[in-house]
Write a new protein. Structure first.
Length: 61
């Protein structure tokens, strides 16, 4: 998954993530230009997932 794919439909993906993982907040899912890795790191910590697991989750949304 590249940054363009992530940015393209982020609002839709963000809603699906919040539905699937109720503990996520808007701050956890804030996507700032150039901060993709920081956001993914926050999600890894919050969800207790590896980087590969997180990419798999995002690609199936």
């Amino acid at each position: 998954m590249n940054t363009t794919e992530l940015k393209g439909n982020w609002n839709e993906q963000k809603g699906k993530l919040k539905k699937k993982f109720a503990e996520l907040t808007d701050n956890d899912l804030m996507f700032l230009e150039g901060k993709k890795d920081e956001m993914l790191g926050r999600l890894q910590i919050k969800l207790g997932k590896t980087k590969d697991e997180l990419h798999k989750i995002l690609s199936t949304l």
